[in-house]
Design a protein around this ligand. Structure first.
Ligand SMILES: Cc1ncc(COP(=O)(O)O)c(C=O)c1O
Length: 468
């Protein structure tokens, strides 16, 4: 049974029953109450609106008399079909264009950020969710710890030590609902003078938007072959640096130790902060594991952000940051009455999932799964395009870049491929000034595709890249 919540005003000269009648008539004519809809009973509506039954009865009687509604056995009052001669009122058009409904997922979709959902450890996750639901209601059904569940933060601290070489206490960890929300908090945390952000160029456009929305000034810093150009950073007047040192997005290089040390020295000398976005370093396919920049942070200058989006699923919307100890008092003061955005039950389940070793097992398994997909992608690119294609940034993560040597207009290629059912993506949006400087790189995410679709997708792409 629907509920109705009109605005009724007893101070108006128009009687309440008439206001209710007018409201319902309008809603029917605008199509919000469609034919066949069962209206609330007189008793229920009078109780809900705190008006007398007589008022509701009078409104319904008027609508019946005019043929808008009828009384049906066992259903009560039901909206009738509008007569053909009744001109429906056109409702005001919303001023915001509604987002298009998601269409059917294309088969060959090399979208960045997709993971292999078929491998999600559903059974283990369900068991942890069930166990989490056994927690005492007063723990579960309340807002929870502002910085996040202590059990989860302890698990993350342990994980960061083992997997990323970071020493931190759980008190430094803040749970958040995605990097945008988390970076938004940081924007409110920095003092007004700390408002100039150096960002790698190219870099993650999503984070650029967050800083820009918070009126931060952004300075693009060019990249050398081995990552951030430190001299350019030193010449800038930035006092925050946002970096992806373990797997530069989108180019994929790893910042070498020498540059890491210089970056940390810069922060110390400038009294600046570094935001380290460590978004996918669990999946490294070649070379030794690389500890996080935060692991070298003896001067307490690095804000480390990690996420469960790649290693588990983005659907949970759980990420975390490790704050420098020096920022903790300000953080706690600034956000003392903000509530934690991630559901307590999800946090508790995740803590159990980590504690029982499911996450480690899942990451180990997915490393193999993604390694095979990556291998398939590299092989088929080599097989189909040989020397005509350069592969960039393929040592880690769930995507790589390709440059077809003879192609300058990537946008045209993207459109052409789409018309054949293959979704590939231009990497140009990652550049600050794409029109001027972005090289014609194609970004191919492989996490969400099967090996056979990866191979077939690239084979089909050949017809567009190298038409015979
Ligand atoms: C550079 C970068 N950082 C962070 C994230 C993770 O964001 P979130 O935790 O909001 O899913 C992504 C996701 O695609 C990313 O590309």
């Amino acid at each position: 049974m629907i509920e109705l919540t009109p605005h009724l005003d007893s101070r108006q000269r128009t009687p309440l029953y008439e206001q209710l009648y007018e409201y319902m008539k309008r809603e029917m004519m605008q199509g919000h109450l469609s034919a066949g809809t069962a209206l609330p009973s007189v008793r229920a509506l009078s109780k809900h609106l705190r008006i007398s039954r007589n008022t509701v009865e009078a409104a319904y009687a008027q609508l019946v008399a005019e043929g808008y509604i009828e009384s049906q056995p066992r259903k009560g009052f039901v909206v009738k079909e509008l007569d053909d001669d009744v001109v429906p009122i056109v409702a005001l058009k919303p001023t915001v264009t509604p987002a298009p409904l998601p269409s059917v997922k294309p088969r060959y979709d090399f979208r960045y950020g997709h993971i292999d959902v078929s491998q999600f450890p559903l059974r283990a996750w369900r068991a942890c969710m069930n166990e989490a639901l056994d927690a005492p209601p007063e723990e579960l059904l309340w807002y929870g710890e502002r910085q996040g569940e202590i059990g989860l933060r302890q698990q993350i601290a342990r994980y960061l030590f083992q997997a990323r070489g970071i020493h931190c206490s759980y008190e430094q960890i803040v749970i958040g609902a995605g990097i945008h929300q988390m970076t938004g908090l940081l924007c409110q945390l920095f003092s007004p003078k700390t408002n100039v952000v150096a960002m790698e160029n190219p870099s993650y456009d999503g984070i650029r938007t967050v800083f820009a929305n918070h009126r931060y000034r952004l300075i693009p810093i060019s990249l050398d072959k081995d990552g951030l150009n430190i001299a350019a950073l030193e010449e800038s007047d930035a006092n925050i640096a946002y970096v992806t040192p373990s797997h530069q997005l989108p180019l994929g290089m790893v910042l070498p130790i020498g540059k890491r040390q210089k970056l940390l020295k810069w922060a110390e000398a400038k009294n600046a902060f570094i935001i380290e976005d460590d978004y996918d370093s669990e999946f490294r396919y070649e070379g030794k594991p690389i500890p996080a920049l935060k692991a070298l942070d003896t001067q307490d200058r690095v804000i480390y952000i990690g996420t469960f989006s790649k290693m588990l699923t983005p659907a949970l919307r759980v990420c975390y940051m490790v704050l420098p100890v020096r920022l903790l008092p300000t953080f706690q003061q600034t956000f003392h009455n903000y509530n934690q955005p991630v559901a307590t039950v999800v946090q508790k389940a995740l803590a159990l999932f980590m504690q029982k070793g499911h996450l480690e097992r899942h990451i180990r398994k997915m490393r193999n799964v993604y390694a095979k997909k990556r291998q398939a992608l590299i092989e088929v690119i080599r097989e189909q395009f040989g020397e005509k294609a350069d592969i960039i940034g393929d040592k880690a993560g769930l995507h790589l870049l390709v440059r077809f040597r003879h192609i300058e207009d990537v946008e045209e290629l993207v459109v052409g491929a789409k018309s054949e059912g293959i979704h590939i993506y231009s990497a140009s949006k990652y550049w600050f000034d794409p029109a001027r400087v972005a090289p014609p790189y194609i970004l191919l995410g492989f996490g969400g595709m099967s090996e056979s679709d990866i191979r077939e997708g690239v084979r089909r792409l050949k017809k567009i890249v190298l038409p015979s």
